[in-house]
Design a protein around this ligand. Structure first.
Ligand code: SF4
Ligand code: SF4
Length: 109
């Protein structure tokens, strides 16, 4: 299986990859050299970070994640996806409530 690797010479430390990674396996604050790195054993090769990187410095690397670590990373990714869905539904409900309130207040005006 492939995982991804950040080419540190190209990285501008924007942090976008770290924010979108569903397995929280891209690190910055915990790296002594203050650059973004991918912890290979947590990567599920979803490719999301590759798509958001503005300078295209994230590339595939041949590496096989140990079975137990891969399973743990997938579990994390599923939990991340469920949380994102929950937040989306919450946002939609808030928008619907706000619009209903506004419609109600203009009806009384
Ligand atoms: S490929 Fe997916 S899991 Fe791997 S570092 Fe990028 S966003 Fe994270
Ligand atoms: S998105 Fe690209 S440039 Fe930005 S921190 Fe990640 S690897 Fe570096």
């Amino acid at each position: 299986m492939a995982v991804v690797r950040i080419d540190l010479r190209g990285c501008i430390n924007c942090g976008w990859c770290r924010r979108v990674c569903p397995t929280e396996t891209i690190r910055y604050f915990s790296t002594g050299h203050r650059t973004h790195i991918v912890e290979r054993d947590g990567c599920i090769d979803c490719g999301i970070c590759v798509k958001v990187c503005p300078v295209a410095c994230i590339d595939p690397e041949q590496y096989t994640v140990p079975e137990d670590r891969l399973e743990a990373a997938k579990t994390k990714a599923r939990a991340y996806a469920a949380e994102q869905r929950r937040l989306k539904l919450e946002r939609e409900a808030l928008v619907a409530r706000t619009l209903a309130k506004l419609a109600g207040s203009t009806a009384h005006a």
